[in-house]
Design a protein around this ligand. Structure first.
Ligand SMILES: [Zn+2]
Ligand SMILES: [Zn+2]
Length: 176
């Protein structure tokens, strides 16, 4: 594995040309994010593997990082580990169609650099959990007092009380 120090993911085509190794890059997306407003506040580890093939480059981008999410159950901000992988074909042949698991980008012979930051973002987005929970067994919020049940135990009674029993309870209390 070659550790390369790029400040971003703009990779010279010449590097892809003779790259037989995996490029490992520490990338900081900053607060850059997709339309969804999802952010990646920390550095992301990106591994790029390229194959020079007929008509272009097959590029595999794997990204591992942590995404800032809000827990679906308790509303707490937390950092969730994500990892994902995307495959792209950077080709000199216009009209090549994207496949199910591969994105096609047309480049020209004068292209000197390829920006893989979108690939890395896509990879991170692929890794997003369906349900964002701060911890798997998050207890959520009390629907009566709103307390975060991961942090505290409230004393709300969550038992459904049948109104008829409620009346009896009142009666007994009166007798005491
Ligand atoms: Zn939670
Ligand atoms: Zn409560």
């Amino acid at each position: 594995m070659t550790i390369q120090k790029y400040r971003d993911l703009v990779i010279p085509v010449a590097v892809l040309d003779d790259n037989r190794d995996i490029l490992a890059i520490t990338w900081s997306p900053g607060l850059l994010s997709g339309e969804s407003g999802i952010t990646f506040p920390e550095d992301v580890h990106v591994e790029i593997k390229t194959d020079k093939v007929d008509g272009g480059y097959l590029v595999n981008v794997k990204a591992t990082g942590r995404v800032a999410l809000i827990c679906d159950r308790c509303g707490t901000d937390f950092l969730c580990p994500v990892t994902g992988e995307v495959r792209s074909f950077y080709t000199y042949t216009a009209g090549t169609e994207s496949g199910d698991d591969i994105e096609v980008h047309v480049i020209s012979t004068s292209t000197r650099k390829i920006d893989l930051s979108q690939d890395a973002l896509d990879a991170l987005f692929m890794g997003l959990p369906v349900k964002g929970l701060c911890i798997e067994e998050c207890k959520g919020l009390c629907d009566i007092c709103g307390a975060n049940l991961n942090l505290t135990e409230c004393h709300c009674s969550r038992d459904e009380i049948d109104p008829r029993w409620e009346a009896l309870k009142g009666l007994r209390l009166d007798e005491e």
